[in-house]
Write a protein that binds this ligand. Structure first.
Ligand SMILES: [Zn+2]
Length: 327
């Protein structure tokens, strides 16, 4: 095992970008047929819907928040969800804006009778963490959990000093173990939070063994090509395979509609295909820019949208950094 030498912590901190913070700068909307495809692929029963997201019921007391930002509304941007037990309710992710978290908290109260008692943030990117103070009320707020690395990156990546509410949330964060799984007992339902890495230096998945459902954070994307901005590609590939070995009946990806095992398999094939393209380009000495511009996802792997046209170049560039460091 090697650690990519080119991927220093300082370099990482210097490039502290959101998965999608450039979204607002992009020419939107996307091709309507792609948007329709993505937005209409609900698997669970839709219990709430806004232009920016829908909530799908995927089990008793279980809801997946599927964001639909391609129309240009970035209230939530990332996916998330609600996991209810008899003693507590866990909100998954903190979303792009406080309004996004507030929307999920209000829906949580409507659907489960209580405000979130816990929240887990899967990784530091803005579209998963920036809105977490939307969960805070005047008097109270959930027990927010994240790893130490995630917590540090949330605070250091901001150019402006964190405001009072943000500081209040992140000063009080309960740190998740970075080496082994943490259990959260919600009453009659225990959630396993598993530390992983690959999309960023610190990612977690949120797993419900009995119900066979996993919230993957941004380790898994469905119908959207992933952002490699902070990725360590070999670790990403490994982490996705490890998640797949769980043989879950539903995968809640970080972006895109709910996935089943067949869709996860296609995602793995997409990751493998871009790896192969990067290795070929590396061997013939091509630039990531040229290889990215020439790259296309094989048609048999289905239709994949890009948040940003440079995502192929970024993925190939990330692989090349790793290949150079290990060469
Ligand atoms: Zn991300």
């Amino acid at each position: 095992m090697h650690t990519p030498a080119s991927y220093s912590r300082r370099e990482f901190l210097g490039r502290s970008l959101s998965c999608v913070c450039h979204l607002a700068l992009m020419a939107l909307p996307f091709n309507p047929s792609v948007r329709r495809l993505w937005s209409s692929r609900a698997r669970g029963q839709v219990v709430a819907e806004e232009p920016f997201a829908r909530l799908e019921e995927i089990g008793e007391g279980l809801f997946a928040l599927i964001s639909t930002p391609l129309g240009g509304d970035y209230t939530t941007v990332s996916n998330g969800g609600i996991i209810a037990g008899s003693d507590g309710v866990l909100a998954v992710e903190g979303f792009m804006s406080p309004d996004g978290a507030l929307w999920l908290a209000e829906k949580t109260r409507e659907l489960t009778g209580r405000w979130p008692t816990h929240a887990v943030i899967t990784h530091y990117h803005s579209d998963h963490s920036r809105g977490v103070d939307g969960y805070l009320t005047e008097a109270d707020g959930p027990d927010v959990r994240a790893t130490a690395v995630t917590s540090e990156l949330v605070l250091t990546r901001r150019r402006e000093p964190a405001d009072d509410k943000t500081q209040r949330v992140w000063a009080d964060v309960t740190l998740l173990d970075e080496n082994e799984a943490s259990l959260i007992d919600l009453g009659g339902r225990t959630v396993r939070v598993v530390p992983r890495k690959g999309h960023t230096p610190s990612d977690v998945t949120i797993e419900l063994a009995e119900e066979s459902i996993v919230w993957c954070g941004d380790l898994v994307w469905n119908g959207m090509f992933p952002n490699y901005v902070d990725a360590i590609p070999s670790q990403l590939s490994e982490a996705v395979r490890a998640i797949g070995r769980g043989a879950w009946s539903a995968y809640v990806p970080g972006h895109g509609p709910l996935a089943d095992a067949a869709e996860l398999e296609k995602y793995v094939a997409v990751l493998d295909d871009i790896e192969a393209a990067a290795r070929r380009a590396f061997e013939r000495g091509a630039s990531a820019e040229d290889a990215g511009a020439a790259y296309e996802i094989p048609a048999e792997l289905g239709e994949w949208t890009l948040f940003n046209p440079q995502y192929f170049e970024r993925a190939i560039g990330a692989w090349m950094r790793e290949l150079r460091a290990s060469g």
